[in-house]
Ligand binder design. Structure first.
Ligand code: PMP
Length: 276
């Protein structure tokens, strides 16, 4: 079941225009919501981010927030998803190809749910990563459809037989190709500040909240790739990856090369935020 252009349709019934600016320019924004036990996790935080992305790329949302909430509720119910994700994207609309905004383009929203199990194996055992230059633009805080650098990074990970790419600008670690990154050194949790260089992850926000509750010292300050090599623990955060330990980077183990104690503590606390 899809929501596409004002109505609920079957996937095969969608007629996507080749003139959709999403295709020509990646001219659109999106959100990925997590569903646990048939309920949308941190829905309002995702909607706040969606509104901000829309505003900053100057796309007018085609529906009110109240209508969007209703669309989400209907989709989750109709899809009968218990554990999964809801993908929502809004493009600037359909118009013959020209860079400037179309005069009468109506933004097009697509949304659907997918069954996605929790990645328990990766969460228990950790993942490995390589590092790469962060070649993205300077508004990584906006969740836009322009994901080519992220796609290329993720493929580089696959080509190297690892699961993620840690991105850095001139040696300063920003985030990963599809997740935020945190590291622990001497019991202090470090992560890049939520500025224009990273996506302000919803999971990142929840984890920082949990860290404060655990009275962990947190530093939202830039740190280097060299610092990450010397870290005691590291993990990535994201809507689908939750808190996944990072146990190796650039062929070097992080800490003792197994998921760390603080990482596990945060994982336990995180699980409590959506458990029945
Ligand atoms: N950074 C990037 C580049 C992402 O694509 C994502 C989402 N997969 C995240 C961070 C994590 O954000 P969230 O916790 O909101 O899913």
């Amino acid at each position: 079941m899809y929501f596409y252009k004002d109505s609920f349709v079957e996937k095969t019934d969608r007629m996507i225009s080749p003139d959709d600016r999403g295709y020509y320019f990646g001219d659109g924004i999106y959100e990925v919501f997590r569903i646990y036990h048939g309920k949308v996790y941190e829905q309002e935080a995702h909607l706040v981010r969606l509104v901000r992305s829309a505003k900053d790329v100057r796309i007018e949302l085609p529906y009110s927030l109240e209508q969007i909430r209703e669309i989400i509720t209907t989709l989750v119910k109709k899809s009968r998803i218990s554990e999964g994700t809801l993908y929502m994207q809004i493009t600037r609309g359909e118009a013959p190809r020209a860079h400037s905004f179309p005069q009468n383009g109506k933004p097009v929203m697509t949304a659907y749910c997918t069954d996605v199990p929790r990645p328990t194996d990766a969460m228990d055992n950790g993942i490995r990563a390589i590092s790469q230059d962060d070649i993205r633009w300077l508004r990584c805080d906006l969740k836009t459809l322009n994901l080519l650098p992220n796609v290329l990074s993720k493929q580089a990970a696959v080509d190297h037989g690892v699961q993620e790419v840690v991105l850095h600008r001139g040696g300063i670690v920003t985030e990963c190709s599809a997740s935020n990154l945190m590291m622990v050194k001497n019991q202090i949790l470090h992560t890049h500040p939520a500025n224009h260089l990273i996506l302000h992850g919803i999971t990142r926000m929840v984890v920082l909240r949990l860290a404060h509750a655990l009275k962990l010292e947190v530093r939202e300050e830039p740190f280097t790739l060299e610092d990450l090599y010397q870290a005691d623990e590291a993990f990535i955060t994201g809507t689908t990856v939750e808190i996944t330990p990072l146990v190796e980077i650039d062929n070097k183990p992080i800490g003792s090369g197994i998921p760390g104690t603080i990482t596990k503590q945060l994982q336990q606390q995180f699980e409590r935020t959506f458990s029945k």
